[in-house]
Write a protein that binds this ligand. Structure first.
Ligand code: NIG
Ligand code: FE
Length: 424
C-alpha cells in the first residue's frame, strides 16, 4: 500500500466503476469526468481523477468502503435550499378546491392555507412532529437530497416555533440547515395587529431562537407581510447575526426582491414577478436567486424568469419549496425536469442550480454542492449511465444509491443507515 501524502491517513471510502462523474467543478456546466473515480477520508473528498490513476495515486485502507457504480452516472447529492418540511395535517381538500378555481390567497384570507397548517402543527406534540419529519427526511434522502434547508413558520408562538426547529433537527443522516420563519403569517390571536406580531418576533422570538436557526426568512407579499414589516424583521435578525432570506415577489410584484438587495439577503426566493429592475438589484447585491418551479406547477402559476437570472449573471438555485399547500414534493429530480421544461434551462444549468447554486443559497458552497477535493463526500449513484436522464426520464426515482459524508445511506433504493449523522 502507498503512503498517503503528507502522512495523512489512507482513504476510507472509494467510488469506482462510474460511467461519468458530474463534478460541477469549473465556472459553468457540469464538469463532466468520463470514467472518473473518487476517494475520501473522514467524510471529505481527498482525491478525484480518472479511475486508471486511482491505484497509483491514492492510499486506501484495507477496510475502506468501496462503492462500485457498475457503469452508472454519479452526481453530487442534491442540495434543497428551501423547504417547509416540518408540519402536521394535510391540505388535500384545499388542493381540490384550487383545482375547482379557488385561489391560494382566497383560501388564506378565509382562514385556511398556512393558517390551517398552523392549527394542526400547534396541536401536534413534539414527538409527533419529530416522527412526521423523520419519515419525510427518509423520502428526501431516497430521492437524492443530501443537504436540506428547513423553515419553521407553522407555529407562530415562541414555544411552537421552538417545537418545529427541534423537530427539524431530529436525528437523521440528512445534513440540515435551519431557518426561523416566524413572519410567515399573522396568527389569529394577532388578527388586525400585524405590527404587534412583528414586534413580538423582533423583541422575543429572534433573540430566543438564535441558537436554533442559522437563517431568518420572511414572507413578504400580498396577504402576508409588507415591505416595511419585513424590513424590521430582517434588520433585527441581521443585528443578531442571522443570515437573511426572503419569500419575494411570488404572488405579486410587491417589493421583496429590492428589499433583499437593500438588506443583504443571502437569497431571494420565488421571484415569479421579478422584472429586469429587480434582477439588476439582486445582481448588484450578489443575492442568490432561488427558483421554485414545483410551486408554479402546483398553483398553475407563472414560472420565475430563470433564464433572465442567468443572463444577468445571478447565481441561480433550484429548490422544492416542499410544503403542504403549494408544493408537496420532496423530489429534486422532478424540480430539475420542470426547470428544463418550463423555465427552458439546459440540463447542465438545471443540475448546477440544484447542487452548487443551491449550496450558495444557504452559504454552503465551500462544503457541499460539487465533487471537489476538500468538500463533503455526498454523492448519488443513478439508475442511468448519464446525468441527462434526469430530465428525460421524468416522474420516477432514478437515484439508486446515496452517500453522505463517505457513508452509504441509501442502497438499492432503500435507506440503510438512518441512525448515523449529525442533525442541524
Ligand atoms: O413558499 N409562500 C409562502 N410559503 C410557502 C407556502 C406555505 C403554505 O402554503 O403552507 C411557499 O409557497
Ligand atoms: Fe416557501
Amino acid at each position: 500500500m502507498k503512503a498517503a501524502p503528507g502522512g495523512a491517513r489512507p482513504c476510507d471510502f472509494v467510488l469506482r466503476g462510474a460511467a461519468e462523474l458530474a463534478t460541477m467543478s469549473g465556472a459553468d456546466g457540469c464538469g463532466l469526468l468520463t470514467g472518473g473515480a473518487l476517494a475520501a477520508r473522514e467524510g471529505r473528498i481527498a482525491w478525484i481523477g480518472p479511475e486508471r490513476d486511482l491505484n497509483r495515486c491514492v492510499a486506501v485502507a484495507g477496510d475502506a468502503i468501496v462503492v462500485d457504480a457498475e457503469g452508472a452516472a454519479v452526481l453530487p447529492g442534491f442540495v434543497d435550499p428551501h423547504t417547509h418540511a416540518v408540519f402536521a395535517g394535510s391540505r388535500a381538500v384545499e388542493y381540490g378546491e384550487r383545482l375547482a378555481g379557488r385561489t391560494y390567497t382566497d383560501i388564506l384570507a378565509g382562514g385556511g392555507g398556512i393558517k390551517a397548517t398552523v392549527r394542526a402543527t400547534r396541536a401536534a406534540t413534539a414527538e409527533q412532529l419529530a416522527a412526521l419529519t423523520r419519515r419525510r427526511l427518509d423520502s428526501f434522502l431516497l430521492h437524492g437530497t443530501t443537504t436540506l434547508e428547513i423553515k419553521s413558520g407553522y407555529g407562530l408562538t415562541l414555544a411552537d416555533e421552538h417545537k418545529m426547529l427541534a423537530a427539524a433537527a431530529v436525528e437523521h443522516p440528512l445534513r440540515r440547515v435551519r431557518t426561523f420563519l416566524g413572519a410567515h403569517a399573522v396568527p389569529d390571536e394577532f388578527a388586525g395587529r400585524a405590527d404587534d406580531y412583528v414586534e413580538l418576533i423582533c423583541r422575543e422570538m429572534l433573540p430566543a431562537l438564535r441558537s436554533e436557526a442559522e437563517f431568518v426568512d420572511v414572507f413578504c407579499d400580498i396577504g402576508a407581510f409588507t415591505v416595511e414589516q419585513s424590513r424590521r424583521v430582517l434588520l433585527a435578525a441581521r443585528r443578531l447575526g442571522y443570515g437573511l432570506k426572503i419569500h419575494a415577489d411570488e404572488l405579486a410584484l410587491s417589493g421583496g426582491a429590492r428589499l433583499a438587495a437593500d438588506v443583504g439577503c443571502v437569497s431571494a426566493d420565488h421571484l415569479v414577478h421579478a422584472t429586469w429592475e429587480e434582477i439588476a438589484a439582486l445582481q448588484q447585491a450578489a443575492v442568490v436567486a432561488v427558483a421554485l418551479p414545483g410551486t408554479s406547477f402546483t398553483l398553475g402559476a407563472a414560472y420565475a424568469p430563470a433564464r433572465a437570472f442567468l443572463e444577468a449573471g445571478l447565481v441561480l438555485a433550484l429548490a422544492t419549496d416542499f410544503n403542504p399547500g403549494t408544493s408537496y414534493c420532496e423530489n429534486m429530480q422532478m424540480v430539475v425536469a420542470l426547470a428544463c421544461q418550463e423555465m427552458h434551462l439546459a440540463p447542465e444549468e438545471a443540475l448546477r442550480a440544484a447542487t452548487l447554486g443551491a449550496a450558495a443559497a444557504i452559504g454552503r458552497q465551500d462544503e457541499v454542492g460539487s465533487l471537489e477535493v476538500g468538500k463533503r463526500c455526498d454523492l448519488l449513484v443513478l439508475d442511468a449511465d448519464t446525468h441527462s436522464e434526469l430530465q428525460y426520464h421524468w416522474g420516477v426515482n432514478l437515484v439508486r444509491g446515496v452517500v453522505v459524508d463517505g457513508r452509504v445511506v441509501v442502497s438499492d433504493g432503500s435507506v440503510v443507515d438512518s441512525q448515523v449523522g449529525d442533525a442541524a
